[in-house]
Design a protein around this ligand. Structure first.
Ligand code: KG4
Ligand code: ZN
Length: 351
């Protein structure tokens, strides 16, 4: 049976609303980015994020419904899904209280979704411009790399997630953002470091690849960040500007080396043939390029969703909601927001 769910995502600084079916088809996705509001502060300011969510969310819901059905109607929506964990509390509460109100007034089921489950199932999303190659019953390894997380998961089936490895300190996106600030590229750094790197030499500076020699699937980016800081501190402003592209390319190469190496180990460990690369950092052009070459060489089936489904978005949340609803699951109106995942969300000691 086809279920259609309206999903709401407000866990960090992106406000997003989507209407998605339980077979992964995205009917509508509309989002409002807040980068300009946070840029002057060099990072996300939680109070500004939640205030902007309150301003942007209702107009986005209106827009999504109007694009989905003419005349706009709630009759075709089977349930309301919302990210309720993990994330910034003030931001989550805006989405959760809106979703609860809609569910109560419209008498529709409510489904609270873990943001990370959304990221790691983004490979199932498809639309009129993009057909995914990931099938519902397949098991896979997922590398979810974003501003808040860098985690390897084993997914034997949807709903069952084993954490294989994660970062001991900074997330990959966080490292990109901090490095971007360090070399004067401003916030958010990731995409700017990526752009700058295209004209840089990735071998110009030898930055550390922490823990790579160790027998572990854990990752660490703080040593890399400190090494980059020491390098930048040793340079004059002129030198920094002259060598910025080389610095960016070398830093990016170190992050990508670690991510590809760990993904490779995880695939071999689980004897998996399918890898899903997702989260905001998977927008990185060098990571995409290196992952494609790696998959081809090893004869792996690599799934990298389009960027609109990799960065924070409500389509992945609505999909999880639709999947759950189809299994007969939903939450009561007592649903709350939580800054961290629930203990039962993931299996594995390294949550
Ligand atoms: O998944 P996402 O949109 O939000 C979180 O859940 O964190 O990921 C945002 C992160 C930021 O750290 C951003 O700098 C990084 O993804 N990012 C990139 C690129 N585009 C976004 N990092 C490297 N290269 C990119 N092209
Ligand atoms: Zn995210």
């Amino acid at each position: 049976m086809i279920r259609t769910v309206l999903g709401i995502e407000t866990s960090c600084d992106d406000t997003s609303v989507a209407i998605v079916r339980n077979d992964g088809y995205v009917e509508v996705l509309v989002s409002a980015n807040q980068d300009l509001a946070h840029a002057p502060f060099g990072g996300i300011v939680p109070e500004i994020a939640s205030r902007n969510h309150t301003l942007q969310l209702l107009p986005l819901i209106d827009q999504a419904l109007t694009r989905f059905s003419k005349p706009a109607t709630w009759d075709l929506i089977d349930g309301i899904a919302v990210t309720n964990r993990p994330g910034l509390m003030g931001s989550l509460i805006v989405g959760v209280s809106t979703a609860k109100t809609l569910a109560q007034v419209l008498k529709k089921p409510l489904i609270g979704v873990n943001h990370l489950e959304g990221h790691l199932l983004a490979g199932f999303l498809w639309d009129s411009d993009f057909q995914t190659s990931l099938k519902n019953h397949e098991s896979f390894v997922a590398l979810a790399v974003s501003g808040g997380h860098s985690t390897l998961y084993w997914v034997p089936r949807v709903g069952h997630y084993e954490v294989m490895g994660t970062t001991l300190d900074d997330a990959a996106g966080e490292a990109f953002d901090k490095f971007g600030k360090m070399v004067g590229l401003g916030f958010p750094g990731g995409v700017r470091v990526d752009r700058e790197s295209r004209v840089g030499n990735p071998q110009a500076y030898l930055f550390p690849r922490s823990l790579l020699a160790e027998d572990t699937l854990m990752m660490s980016f703080s040593g890399l960040k400190s090494a980059a800081q020491r390098q930048v501190d040793s340079m004059s402003q002129d030198d920094l500007e002259k060598h910025r592209a080389d610095l960016c390319a070398s830093f990016q190469e170190a992050v990508v080396d670690v991510l590809i190496h760990r993904l490779d180990q995880a695939m071999k460990f689980k004897n998996s043939k399918i890898a899903v690369l997702t989260g905001g950092v998977s927008a990185n052009s060098r990571l995409r390029e290196r992952a494609t070459v790696w998959a081809k060489k090893n004869n792996y089936h690599l799934v990298v969703p389009p960027i609109r489904y990799c960065t924070d978005n409500a389509a992945m949340i609505a999909f999880v909601g639709a999947f759950r609803l189809n299994q007969g699951e939903s939450d009561g109106l007592g649903l709350g927001a939580s800054p961290s995942s629930y203990a039962q969300d993931f299996i594995g000691t390294n949550r």
